[in-house]
Design a protein around this ligand. Sequence first.
Ligand SMILES: [Zn+2]
Length: 206
Amino acid sequence: MSIQENLIKASHLIDMDDIIREGNPTLRAVGADVALPLSDEDIILGEKMLEFLRNSQDPVMSEKMGLRGGVGLAAPQLDVSKKIIACLVPKEFESEEAAEKANEAYSLATIMYNAKIVAHSVQDAALADGEGCLSVDRDVPGYVVRHARVTIDYFDRNGDKQRLKLKGYDAMVVQHEIDHTNGIMFYDRIDEANPFAIKDGMLIIE
Ligand SMILES: [Zn+2]
């Protein structure tokens, strides 16, 4: 049975044992474009990836399953070298009251097939606290320099072509995951000589 067939079994919940770590060559490979129309296998894998992120953010499930919290996952991290990513970014609320009133808990909750950046700002941006990765079991400090704003083309889980403009934290998450489908790790984008260098005009996202 292939890795993907095992991952998409009805009874299987993706956990940390399914996630490959740095050093595995799949993380350095360019993932294959997913065939369209989408196969059931690719649709189910996308759903399982989003389910993993939901579980990883749930205090009870993450504790029970021993999951590290994550906001994004790419198929190559599961040793499946395909351009499939899932992102689940909770909205930030000023107060619990505001959170309860909101009807959408996530600023980004999506599965993307064959996602690619088709346009981007001249301005760069980086997260103030740097980045982490479920495939990297160590801290790598430094600003991960990315595009401040991006336009992404992708196919959704229904196989429909979509275009999305992103900025801020969401833009950083999606760029991190698209990088995985191209064999790029977040620390490739940290200036080795001066990890906290701020280039002219670079936006630091708190
Ligand atoms: Zn990652």
